[in-house]
Design a protein around this ligand. Sequence first.
Ligand SMILES: C[S@@+](CC[C@H](N)C(=O)[O-])C[C@H]1O[C@@H](n2cnc3c(N)ncnc32)[C@H](O)[C@@H]1O
Length: 147
Amino acid sequence: MLDLAAGRGRHALLLAGRGHRVTAVDRDASGLPAHPNIEPLQADLEDGSPWPLGTRRFGAAIVTNYLHRPLMPALLGAIEPGGVLLYETFMESNERFGKPSRPEFLLKDGELLDLVRGRFSVIAYEARMISEPKMAMVQRIAARRLR
Ligand SMILES: C[S@@+](CC[C@H](N)C(=O)[O-])C[C@H]1O[C@@H](n2cnc3c(N)ncnc32)[C@H](O)[C@@H]1O
């Protein structure tokens, strides 16, 4: 499994604890938990370097609270057929609650659906206001790669 922009590895740790091998990528890998099932990978995903995972494929990829649109082709391509994408991050209108507020960090209406259309089967999708851990506007999707 791949946890992209994994931060302090909260999802990587959850998955690793359930027996999954997780590759956790972040530009600051120092916060990633030490766990035998977690492969930490320090990489800047926005500095123009090549995609740090080469041709590796994963049975699942999770991305939360992170958006860098130029990565999308590589991210989707890193999920093997039958594999699952879990993506949740902030969307437009979040600016009324604070940060992130810059358009490059906010999904547009329906953007996650548009991202996977034709290549993934959508399992679940939401675009909504949340109140925990703080008020925010988010989109979230679970989708399975078709081919
Ligand atoms: C808001 S945190 C989300 C962390 C984690 N996904 C979560 O939800 O707990 C965003 C993460 O993106 C990482 N990040 C930001 N810019 C990055 C870059 N250029 N390359 C790699 N990681 C980056 C940060 O280091 C941070 O850990």
